[in-house]
Design a protein around this ligand. Sequence first.
Ligand code: MF3
Ligand code: CO
Ligand code: CO
Length: 271
Amino acid sequence: MSITIKTAQDIEGMRVACRLASEVLDYIAPHIKPGITTNEIDRLAAECMVQQGTISATVGYQPPGYPPYPKSLCTSVNNVVCHGIPNDKPLKKGDIVNVDVTVITKEGWYGDNSRMYLIGETSIAAKRLCAVTFDAMWHGIVQVKPGAHLGDIGHAIQKFAEGLGFSIVREFCGHGIGQRFHEEPQVLHYGKPGTLDELKPGMVFTIEPMINAGRREVKDHGNDGWTIVTKDHSLSAQWEHTVLVTETGYEVMTLSAGSPPLPSFVTSTKT
Ligand code: MF3
Ligand code: CO
Ligand code: CO
């Protein structure tokens, strides 16, 4: 398989799926406070998807070598890097949590996005990690245009985050997306300018850097087949958008009323 090029009609389908995925994050946002459990967040998201007429891409998702994923979304708290499984433990003041939602529309299109949420007042270090990771994602997004290369995206993210003393997780990457959850290409969050595939109008992929406050190494949590944690127990953050390569630049597709404001160095969600 190679990188699919979406038609104008495909892009319409992706716009709907991506907006709905973002609206699930809007729907749960007001509830994410000290005391809520990640299972309650999962239930709220499942309820929202029923109202939308979408289904979760993660329930029952089973790549080779993994057990079926049991929940409607991923909730990765503090030192959890990604793929955290919702449970009955309440979130507490000072926690940070990534909520990662992927929906499938009736027409079969996937929209994938995630945001960080701060639980009550957090440490300055936690706030800074979340803010730097958000900006790092956007430094990657603004590289996207026809003729640029995937390595330009990874390089921009790496230079920014490592320049501020943070580290980039290497084991997981962004991915092409469309009528399948994960398709080509892999979108690394580190790299060298001018390397890897050249971007062409109609490509759609995610940019979803995982950035650690400490060392970059990760390990399996061990008992559920999914949860990934930092090896040194340091905090980890992640943000994710699904992005279209347009004729002239990029279009961020996973946007809705509750999307956070753009970083100061970004002028538009679409160029
Ligand atoms: N949404 C994640 C991604 O960004 C994948 C989650 S797979 C799951 O690619 F099975 F862990 F939910
Ligand atoms: Co995701
Ligand atoms: Co993704």
